[in-house]
Design a protein around this ligand. Structure first.
Ligand code: 26M
Length: 822
C-alpha cells in the first residue's frame, strides 16, 4: 500500500495506454467495437484522475502532518469550466495522452471537446473563485474551496427568433470524472424548529427540529501546474437524512415514504442565475445555510482532530467569504462554539472575528443581500437570535465610542428598520470579519466612502483594504492561446512564466524583432480564424478573419451598457449607408461580437439581446455592406466559449458607467492575450492602464466622481442625446430593425427613466474613442507594438499575485510545497 501511495504512477506512454485501456474495458465496459469519442474521453479522464488523486492524498496528508494553517475559500459559486486539458498541462502529460489517443484512432483536440463545462457559477465572482483555487494549488498554499454541487449549473442559452430561451444544464447526465464522492463525509443540517434555553448559561440554547437535511461531500481535485500539490474544492450535495419513512413504506405508500428525499433534493438542485441582483427567495436562503452549516461543521471536525484548544482555531484556519452569500457562516460558527462547545460569548466572538475575512464585489444597490427578519426567524431561529446579539453588542460599543449619535446607530445597525425588518448581510459580514476588501483600487476606495464609511470611522481604516483581482495564466494564456504562449516561452527562454508572470517583462526585448512581431500577428490571426469557424458553426454567420474583431462578452446588464454598444453599431451602419461604395471600401472592416446571458427574470436585458439580434439580421443581410460590418451574437457564452473568443479579439469593450463595475476580470484576460481595451475609467481598467501605459488603452467617458452630479441633473432634466445617438433612436423608431415597439422601452429608459447609466452623457466620447481605435488599427506596426507591450506589462494581473497578497496580508499562511512523490 505504501509503495503505491508513495511512488508516482509511471508516466511512460505504455503505462498510460494500459491504464486508458483498463478504464475503457473495466470502468466503462467497452469492447474494441464500441469505443466512441465520449468513452475515449471518459477513460482518459479517469486515468488522469488516478494520477491526480494520488497527489491529492499526498498533499492533504502532508498538510495535516505538519499542522499547516489552511485557508478556506467559501463561495456559492465555482465557475470551473473544463478540467481535462488543464490537468494534462499541469501534469506535463499532454504529449503522452495525445500519442496514446492517436494510437487508438482519436485526436486529442476532439476528445477535449467531449467534456462538458462545470458551470457552477454566474460570471465574474464564480470564475474568480476558480482562478483563486488554481493559484493556491500552483503556489503551494494549503487551501480549499468550499461550494455547492448544483445538479443543474448555469442554464444553457439558446437564441430563438432573436430572443434568449433558457434550457436546463444537465451536466451530470454523463459520468463526471472530476468529482470524488465521499459518503463518509456527510453532515446533518437543521432547519425550522424551536429553541430550548440552557438553564445553566445565559447564552446557550438547544435547537430542536425534525427538519434535517444531509449534506454530502464531493471533492473536485485542482491540479497545480508543475507542482506535486493538488488543491481541492469540496462541494456539498443535499439529500434527506431519514432514508424513508418505514411506517409509510410498510403500509404501501411508496410515494409518501420517499417524499422527504424529493423535497431535500431541491436544495442543491439549481444555481440561481442572478448576477448582481438579489431576488430574496427563501429557497436561496436555505441553500446558503445548508452550505454554511456543512462547511463550518467540516472545518470544525478537521480542527478537533488536531486536539488543539479552540482558542487556536484562527492559527489553523482562515475563512474568506466570497461576497455576502456565505455570511451565515459567522452566526453558524458562533452557534457551534457557544451551544456545542460551551464557550462564552466573548471567547466565541474573538475566535470568529479572527477567523473570517470578507470580500465585497459590488456596490449596486439592487445586489445588496438583505433577508427579512421574519423569514430568518422562522427558518433559522437560533441564528436570528445570535444576529440580534451580535448587533446589540456592536451597537453598545459604538454608543460608548460616539455617545448620543442616534443617526449613526440607525445607519450602521445590522437590522434595517424597514417593515418588515431586514438583516443587512454586508454589515453582518463586515462586523464578523477582521478584514474587508474590495476587488480593484477604485472599488476599494468607493466602498470606504459609501457603504462602509461609518465602519471605517468606528473600526479604523486599516481593516479596509484592496485586493485587486487577477486571473490564472494557466487557463487564460497557456491553455487557451498555445501559439502566443510558445512565443512568450521563446522570449523568456522557458515556460517558467506560467507560474511566475513577472517574467513576461522580457517580451519587451523582442519589440523590434521583425520576425517575432510577424509571428505575434500570425498567432492572433490564427486565433481569429478559429473564432470565425466557431461563429460559423454556432450562428451560421460567415465573417472575415481579416476584419477588426470588436468584442463585448459578459453578463448582459444595464450597467455594463451593451445597449450603448449596439446603438453605436446602428450609428455606424447609418454612416456606411450614406457612403459611396468607394468610401466604404476605405473603411476598416469590422466584426462586432456579442455574447452573454441575461438573468431569466431580467426583462430589459433580454430585450437588449433581441435588439442585438435584430440589428445583426438586418446588417448581415445587407449586400451593400458586405464584410465592412458584421454583427454577431454568439449563443451560450461559457468558460469554454471564452477560451475561444478571448484569444481572438483585436479590441474588447469594458464600458460600464464609471464607478459601477467593481473590477472586471475579462478585461485582464483580453489584454493578456494581446488584445486592446476600449473602456471607461472604471474597475481594473484603471490599473491596467497604469501598468501598460495610456498609449496602450482607449479610455473615454465621464469619471466616477462626476456620475452623481450627472444623475442628479438627469433626474430633473430631459437627456440631450447628441446627433449620433438621436440617429440610432430614429432608425429604430422607423422600424429599420423590425417592430419599433419592441425596443421603445429601451429608449424610454434613457429618455424618460432618468438615463441612470448615463448613455446620453458618454455617447459622444464613445464615438470619438471608436474613431481613435480605427486610426490606430490602420497602422499595423503601431498596433503590434501596443499588443506586445501590453502583454509584457501585465504581470500584476496574475491571480498568483492576488493570492500571495491575500496569503500575506489577510490569511497569514505560507506556501507548503509537497516535495515530490516519495
Ligand atoms: C445574489 C442573490 C441571490 C442569487 C444570486 C446572487 C448573486 C450571485 C452572483 C449576486 C451576485 C453575483 O455575482 C456578482 C459578480 O459576479 N460580481 C463581479 O465580481 C467580479 C469578481 O470580483 C468583478 O470583477 C465584477 O466587477 C463584479 O461585477
Amino acid at each position: 500500500f505504501r509503495d503505491y501511495a508513495h511512488s508516482e504512477i509511471s508516466r511512460d506512454v505504455a503505462t498510460i495506454k494500459y491504464s486508458v485501456v483498463m478504464h475503457l474495458t473495466a470502468t466503462f465496459l467497452r469492447t474494441p467495437a464500441s469505443i466512441d469519442s465520449a468513452h475515449a474521453y471518459l477513460a482518459s479522464a479517469f486515468s488522469v484522475r488516478d494520477r491526480l488523486l494520488q497527489r491529492w492524498n499526498l498533499t492533504n496528508e502532508y498538510h495535516d502532518k505538519i499542522g499547516a494553517k489552511r485557508v478556506y475559500y467559501m463561495s456559492l459559486e465555482f465557475l470551473i469550466g473544463r478540467t481535462f486539458d488543464n490537468a494534462l498541462l499541469a501534469l506535463g502529460l499532454r504529449e503522452e495522452y495525445s500519442k496514446v489517443l492517436g494510437d487508438v484512432g482519436f485526436c486529442l483536440e476532439d476528445i477535449i471537446d467531449e467534456e462538458r463545462d462545470a458551470a457552477l457559477g454566474n460570471g465574474g465572482l464564480g470564475r474568480l473563485a476558480a482562478c483563486y483555487v488554481d493559484s493556491m494549488a500552483c503556489s503551494n498554499y494549503p487551501g480549499w474551496g468550499y461550494g455547492l454541487r448544483y445538479k443543474y449549473g448555469m442554464f444553457q442559452q439558446q437564441i430563438l427568433n432573436g430572443y434568449q430561451v433558457e434550457a436546463p444544464d444537465c451536466w451530470l447526465d454523463t459520468p463526471n470524472p472530476w468529482e470524488f464522492p465521499r459518503p463518509d463525509v456527510t453532515y446533518p443540517v437543521k432547519f425550522y424548529g424551536h429553541l430550548v434555553r440552557d438553564p445553566h448559561s445565559a447564552h446557550r440554547y438547544k435547537w430542536e427540529s425534525d427538519v434535517v437535511y444531509d449534506a454530502m461531500a464531493f471533492d473536485v481535485p485542482v491540479p497545480g501546474y508543475g507542482t506535486t500539490n493538488v488543491g481541492n474544492i469540496r462541494l456539498w450535495s443535499c439529500k434527506t437524512n431519514t432514508l424513508f419513512d418505514l411506517n409509510k413504506f410498510n403500509s404501501g405508500d411508496y410515494q409518501g415514504a420517499t417524499g422527504g428525499q424529493v423535497a431535500a433534493q431541491i436544495l442543491t438542485d439549481v444555481l440561481y442565475p442572478n448576477d448582481n441582483t438579489n431576488d430574496g427567495k427563501e429557497l436561496r436562503l436555505r441553500q446558503e445555510y445548508l452550505f454554511c452549516s456543512a462547511t463550518m461543521q467540516d472545518i470544525m471536525a478537521r480542527f478537533r482532530k488536531t486536539g488543539r484548544p479552540l482558542s487556536e482555531l484562527p492559527d489553523l484556519a482562515a475563512i474568506q467569504l466570497n461576497d455576502t452569500h456565505p455570511t451565515l457562516g459567522v452566526p453558524e460558527l458562533m452557534r457551534i462554539l457557544i451551544d456545542d462547545e460551551g464557550l462564552s460569548w466573548d471567547e466565541a466572538w474573538d475566535i470568529t472575528t479572527r477567523t473570517f475575512a470578507f470580500t465585497n464585489h459590488t456596490i449596486l444597490p439592487e445586489a445588496m443581500e438583505k433577508w427579512p427578519v421574519p423569514m430568518l426567524d422562522k427558518i433559522l431561529p437560533r441564528h436570528m437570535g445570535i444576529i440580534y446579539d451580535i448587533n446589540l453588542f456592536f451597537l453598545q460599543k459604538v454608543e460608548k465610542q460616539f455617545p448620543g449619535d442616534r443617526e449613526l446607530l440607525s445607519r450602521i445597525s445590522i437590522i434595517e428598520e424597514t417593515n418588515p425588518q431586514q438583516v443587512r448581510m454586508a454589515f453582518l459580514a463586515c462586523v464578523g470579519s477582521h478584514k474587508v476588501n474590495g476587488v480593484a483600487a477604485i472599488h476599494s476606495d468607493i466602498i470606504k466612502q459609501t457603504i462602509f464609511k461609518d465602519f471605517v470611522r468606528i473600526q479604523g481604516v486599516d481593516k479596509f483594504i484592496n485586493k485587486t483581482n487577477g486571473v490564472s495564466p494557466r487557463r487564460w494564456m497557456n491553455e487557451c492561446n498555445p501559439d502566443m504562449s510558445d512565443l512568450i516561452t521563446e522570449a523568456v527562454g522557458d515556460r517558467s512564466w506560467v507560474n511566475d508572470l513577472t517574467k513576461v517583462k522580457q517580451l519587451e526585448d523582442r519589440i523590434e524583432d521583425v520576425s517575432f512581431r510577424e509571428r505575434w500577428w500570425a498567432a492572433k490571426q490564427k486565433n481569429k480564424e478559429r473564432l470565425a469557424e466557431y461563429i460559423l458553426t454556432t450562428t451560421g454567420i460567415k465573417v472575415s478573419a481579416h476584419a477588426l474583431f470588436d468584442v463585448q462578452v459578459k453578463r448582459i446588464h444595464e450597467y455594463k451598457r451593451q445597449l450603448m454598444n449596439i446603438f453605436s453599431v446602428i450609428y455606424r451602419y447609418h454612416l456606411l449607408k450614406q457612403m459611396s461604395p468607394e468610401q466604404r471600401e476605405r473603411e476598416v472592416p469590422r466584426v462586432v461580437i456579442f455574447a452573454g446571458k441575461a438573468a431569466s427574470g431580467y426583462w430589459v436585458a433580454k430585450q437588449v439581446i433581441k435588439l442585438i439580434n435584430s440589428v445583426a439580421e438586418v446588417v448581415n443581410s445587407d449586400e451593400e455592406i458586405g464584410d465592412v460590418l458584421k454583427v454577431v451574437f454568439i449563443p451560450d457564452y461559457s468558460v469554454t466559449a471564452a477560451e475561444v473568443i478571448i484569444p481572438a479579439s483585436d479590441i474588447s469593450q469594458h464600458i460600464s458607467t464609471a464607478g459601477t463595475e467593481a473590477s472586471g476580470t475579462s478585461n485582464m484576460k483580453f489584454v493578456l492575450n494581446g488584445g486592446i481595451i476600449l473602456g471607461t475609467v472604471d474597475g481594473a481598467n484603471i490599473e491596467i492602464g497604469e501598468e501598460i501605459g495610456e498609449e496602450q488603452i482607449f479610455f473615454f467617458g465621464c469619471l466616477a466622481h462626476e456620475v452623481e452630479d450627472f444623475r442628479h441633473y438627469l433626474r430633473f432634466n430631459q437627456p440631450k442625446p447628441d446627433a449620433a445617438l438621436q440617429t440610432a433612436f430614429d432608425m429604430i423608431q422607423r422600424n429599420t430593425f423590425g417592430d419599433a415597439q419592441l425596443f421603445q422601452p429601451l429608449i424610454d429608459a434613457i429618455m424618460r427613466g432618468g438615463d441612470v447609466y448615463l448613455l446620453s452623457v458618454d455617447f459622444p466620447s464613445y464615438i470619438e474613442a471608436h474613431k481613435a481605435v480605427e486610426e490606430a488599427y490602420r497602422n499595423h506596426d503601431e498596433w503590434v507594438t501596443k499588443s506586445i507591450l501590453s502583454v509584457a506589462r501585465m504581470a500584476k494581473f496574475s491571480s498568483d499575485r492576488s493570492i500571495q497578497e491575500y496569503a500575506e496580508e489577510v490569511w497569514n499562511i505560507e506556501p507548503q510545497p509537497v516535495l515530490n512523490c516519495g
